[in-house]
Design a protein around this ligand. Structure first.
Ligand code: ZN
Length: 289
């Protein structure tokens, strides 16, 4: 497989993680309430830079034999360091017409921006013309409401404005192909969407299960491996921090107890690994498949 793609099986489900690109953000956005010294030490112990977080965008392609499913679409071409998803799909042998299901874990720009073809900005089109776009009804309602309340985010006003305008613009283009779910739902055989609110009101996690193998895709329920070691540290991108923390803990407890593989959209590529409870609290992340 080319760099930026990694293929593995979950039972009979053929999975490929595909890098759409990355962005870098100030470290403080990811850890707004972490103690300065403790954060410094944690970053240092992992050999990570102090000031900025390099944040990858990793989409998941699932081929079931009958269905071609893409979970999240990346940011698209809004940034010079993203928008690789179509090329990655092609290298994996998938044309955009082949995708029959797109799932949005949530409606932040880095997850749905790539779902809209903006080559003609006056007439944007769904990027995957034959796909149903599955998302939570709560999420749809939140972003399409007259008033979108983002005051819970500890981010700059320009970031919030961009979130809101991108979600509105993209969802409007996709509105005729959107399929809304309001409970735990098997979207295609072996792939279930689970309510995982907090990061956004209708955020979804995805559970893949086949032939006794399981993988839990956290979406953005954790956006940095340090949030596993220090689950008490908040993430500035979580709209409802307490709810997000409860969701993060519940998902990680389940993944550790059931020895599932775990995927997280923003973890270092290939964004898959395992979690194990640590004696001192929190979870340890072991990357790799
Ligand atoms: Zn994200």
């Amino acid at each position: 497989m080319p760099a930026g793609s990694h293929r593995f099986q979950v039972g009979t489900l053929c999975c490929t993680v595909l890098s759409d690109g990355y962005v870098d953000h100030p470290t403080s956005w990811y850890f707004p309430d972490a103690g300065r010294l403790e954060l410094e030490r944690a970053l240092q112990s992992h050999g990570l830079p102090q000031e900025r977080v390099l944040c990858p965008y990793t989409c998941l392609l699932v081929e079931t034999g009958r269905h071609v499913v893409l979970a999240d679409t990346g940011l698209g071409t809004a940034s010079s360091t993203s928008g690789a998803i179509l090329a990655r799909l092609e290298m994996a042998g998938i044309r955009r017409q082949d995708v029959d299901t797109v799932i949005f874990t949530h409606a932040h720009p880095d997850h749905l921006g790539g779902a809209v073809d903006m080559r003609n900005p006056r007439a944007p089109l769904p990027m995957f013309p034959n796909a149903s776009y599955v998302m939570s009804e709560t999420e749809w309602g939140f972003w399409t409401a007259d008033r979108v309340d983002l005051h819970g985010l500890r981010l700059g006003g320009d970031v919030k404005a961009d979130m809101q305008s991108t979600a509105r613009r993209c969802l409007r283009v996709l509105r005729h192909q959107v399929e809304l779910i309001d409970r735990e739902t098997e979207i295609v055989p072996g792939l279930r969407a689970l309510a995982a609110p907090g990061h956004t009101p209708g955020h979804l996690a995805l559970l893949l299960a086949s032939e006794g193998r399981q993988m839990l895709h956290l979406g953005d329920a954790a956006v940095h491996p340090l949030h596993l070691e220090h689950p008490e540290w908040q993430n500035g991108f979580d709209l409802l921090p307490d709810r997000a923390l409860a969701t993060r803990r519940a998902l990680l407890e389940r993944a550790a107890a059931e020895e599932m593989r775990v995927m997280a959209f923003h973890f270092p590529f290939p964004s898959v690994g395992r979690v194990a409870a640590r004696a001192e609290g929190g979870w340890e992340w072991t990357p790799g498949w």
